[in-house]
Write a protein that binds this ligand. Structure first.
Ligand SMILES: Nc1ncnc2c1ncn2[C@@H]1O[C@H](COP(=O)(O)OP(=O)(O)O)[C@@H](O)[C@H]1O
Ligand SMILES: [Mg+2]
Length: 292
């Protein structure tokens, strides 16, 4: 599993390697972060599941917006990456990532719920009165944030986002984000899953074309709620990182590194949720992705 390509970037979850002419090899590790801190224990197969879920969605959203994917097939990877034939890597077009995270929300939850409770608004837009936590919004909203080099991302109003990226780009990525969310939400609904919200990233390639980059509609970048357990007025059970986050709410920890160890049963429970998310969303068997 050694990769001898030049190492470019180590993120919280993924590593980027140079892979030739304007190409990168993006490798999803089994690292998991909670409250922006990487936990000391990996979740086996998490990187493969995230890669498999992104593969599914990149294909299904390609008609809506072009993306960075060149190949998921190790046979297409450059020589220095061949040993990493274990299905956690993606060969992608290299871009200059936009300094804005593009979030679409269909439900009143998380930061949106906090703002609504205080001001009756979501990212500055007035919402109907008397809404409950986790209720559907009147229509899906684009609620971008900064993409912080370190620390937490900050919400951007439309005017601030336009000042950051320009009006034309703002309109393009807003429309693309809402379109990708709509594809994801409609498909998930058919599978008995609610896509509450998702975060997308876009980058500019050498030709000046905007591409959808990073990961798409994964449990790390999205909130997925099993429809059968969903009810507004609280925090619905989910397929995302809420499970492992909930464990860390029960331990005595100040949310600065290092995080306490992840107990084996929490590792196993987290892995099971990631695999279940993949299998329920796609109708495919995770073992088939792994076997290739
Ligand atoms: N096609 C691409 N071109 C350039 N950078 C990319 C591309 N796809 C993803 N990235 C970047 O790779 C990183 C992925 O690693 P991740 O672990 O998510 O990092 P972070 O801790 O910065 O969120 C992100 O910073 C993302 O912007
Ligand atoms: Mg990231």
């Amino acid at each position: 599993m050694t990769i001898t390509l030049p190492h470019l970037y180590r993120g919280k979850v993924r590593d980027l390697y140079e892979a030739g002419d304007d190409r990168l090899l993006m490798v999803a590790s089994d690292r998991v972060s909670v409250f922006d801190v990487v936990l000391p224990d990996p979740i086996p197969d998490k990187g493969r599941v995230l890669t498999a879920i992104s593969a599914f969605w990149f294909e299904r959203t390609a008609a809506v917006f072009p993306n960075h994917v060149i190949s998921f097939d190790p046979a297409d990877f450059p020589v220095g990456a061949r040993p990493d034939a274990d299905r956690r890597a993606t060969l992608v077009r290299r871009t200059d990532p936009m300094r804005m995270e593009c979030i679409a929300r269909g439900y009143l939850f998380g930061g949106a719920w906090t703002e609504y409770r205080q001001h009756g608004t979501v990212q500055g837009r007035r919402m109907p009165g008397g809404m409950q936590e986790a209720e559907p919004l009147p229509e899906p909203l684009f609620t971008p944030t900064t993409k912080a080099e370190s620390g937490h991302d900050v919400p951007l109003g439309d005017d601030e986002a336009i000042a950051l990226v320009g009006e034309e780009t703002f309109t393009r990525v807003r429309d693309a984000t809402l379109a990708v969310y709509a594809v994801g939400a409609a498909h998930a609904q058919e599978r008995g899953i609610i896509l509450a919200d998702t975060k997308l990233e876009f980058g500019l390639d050498r030709e000046g074309t905007f591409l959808l980059i990073d990961e798409v509609l994964t449990p790390d970048s999205s909130r997925y709620w099993p429809a059968e357990d969903y009810a507004p007025g609280g925090s619905p059970p989910s397929f995302d990182k809420q499970y492992v986050r909930d464990y860390y709410l029960t331990v005595d920890w100040d949310r600065t590194p290092p995080a306490p160890p992840v107990p084996p049963e929490v590792v196993a429970g987290t892995r099971a949720r990631y695999v279940e998310a993949y299998e329920r969303l796609t109708g495919l068997d995770f073992a088939d992705w792994y076997r290739g």
